[in-house]
Design a binder for this molecule. Structure first.
Ligand SMILES: *Cc1c(COP(=O)(O)O)cnc(C)c1O
Length: 386
């Protein structure tokens, strides 16, 4: 399906709302029924009719159609955060005694769920270095129900071979789930490689304006219907109509934003790689990235998120560099209009800092919608303090 059609037209029917160009926010909690038969059908399957906005709502419906199509999936569910999309996808598919194999260093709230919450329900998780397929195979047990992936991850960007992992899992009846927040469906379509469930933090690129927290999960209709009924409705973790509307507005410019950011990022990285105060840059689409050939096989591009290793000798020096930047804000998250920086040292007490540990000198950088020259000038002046 043409991306222009998906972003501009799919799922929209203006005859239903006064020919308004922008779809309305259908801000209602409940819907009226004209017959017992209709209400009975809605009770049987809440995803078949508009009954109550914790489940199905017309504004959210438009977004679901677009997000499913972007991923080339049968269906999509939209959650009130990326974290709740992760929770729903996993919880709907495990029970006591089950085992999960997860790629190591997944998103922080995924590992907190695996390590802190699931063990209380007798679900165990084994982490593997996902850069080698044998590691997944070795970690599997007869109780393994889920292989959880994040390719690339959003700090050091290691990839997993999606096609190989999907094949391994299929042969054993194991469900595969991927966190595809980094790439978005514009740069990676996990279902095309046989991955069962693909999720994203819609807070990042889909929303794109740093004003909404949301999550999306795509996959086969039957699986998503189960997750809708068992998780989304029961946890009340669906998105609100207003936030769905903000994500709808955000994705109108998704392609445009990603193209701009991709072009800017290449220029910024080129500058940083040649700077004497930068030891190295970690970016999955860089020629020096160890998994560049796999990246080129399964991704069509990479955007604005990468990591730099600073030639710094102290915690204080990194803090001074960071706050010398005028246009990069010090904040978590990414995917919005504003450029960001988050050094590892920011989360460490000065006494913990050891310059001989490379990780301590890492800083994650996000390039937003500003122009390359504007950002490069800023980095250049701030690096001079090192
Ligand atoms: C932000 C993020 C999440 C969590 O999404 P929220 O919308 O913040 O709940 C999950 N995975 C990755 C890779 C993220 O960057």
């Amino acid at each position: 399906m043409d991306i222009s059609h998906i972003l501009n037209e799919l799922g929209e029917d203006r005859s239903l709302y006064f020919n308004a160009v922008a779809p309305p926010i259908v801000q209602t909690s409940n819907f009226v029924f004209d017959s017992f038969e209709e209400i009975r059908k809605a009770f049987e399957d809440e995803d078949s009719a508009f009954l109550y906005s914790r489940g199905k709502n017309p504004t959210i419906e438009i977004l679901r159609k677009k997000l499913a199509a972007l991923d080339g999936a049968e269906d999509a569910l939209v959650f009130n955060s990326g974290a709740s999309a992760i929770f729903a996808a996993v919880l709907a598919n495990v029970g006591a005694g089950d085992h999960i194999v997860s790629v190591d260093k997944p998103y922080s709230w995924a590992w907190r769920m695996f390590d802190n919450m699931l063990p209380r329900f007798h679900v165990k998780t084994t982490y593997v270095d996902g850069t080698r397929i044998e590691n997944f195979e070795k970690a599997l047990t007869p109780e393994t129900r889920i292989i959880y992936l994040e390719s690339p991850n959003s700090n050091t960007f290691e990839l997993q071979d999606l096609e190989a992992v999907a094949k391994l899992a299929r042969e054993r009846g194991i469900l595969t789930i991927i966190d595809n927040s980094y790439s978005t469906p514009l740069h990676q379509k996990p279902h095309a490689f046989g991955i069962d469930l693909s999720l994203q933090s819609a807070t990042k690129y889909l929303g794109g304006h740093s004003d909404t927290v949301a999550g999306v999960l795509t996959g086969k209709k039957a699986m998503l219907n189960k997750i809708f009924n068992e998780q989304l409705l029961n946890n009340g973790s669906g998105i609100s109509p207003f936030n769905a509307w903000l994500i709808l507005r955000g994705i109108r410019t998704l392609q445009l934003r990603l193209e701009h950011i991709s072009a800017t990022t290449v220029k910024v990285i080129e500058f940083l790689k040649n700077h004497s105060k930068i030891e190295r840059v970690i970016f999955p689409f860089d020629d020096d990235f160890p998994q560049i050939s796999l990246a080129k096989k399964q991704m069509t591009g990479a955007c604005g998120l990468f990591t730099i290793v600073l030639k710094a000798v102290s915690h204080e020096q990194i803090e001074r560099f960071t706050y010398s930047l005028k246009h990069f804000l010090v904040a978590v998250s990414w995917g919005g209009h504003e450029s960001l920086i988050l050094p590892q040292a920011a989360g460490m007490a000065p006494g913990q800092f050891d310059p001989s540990v490379e990780k301590h000198r890492m800083a994650r950088v996000y390039v937003g919608l500003e122009n390359a020259e504007y950002l490069i000038r800023d980095l250049d002046q701030a690096l001079s303090v090192l």
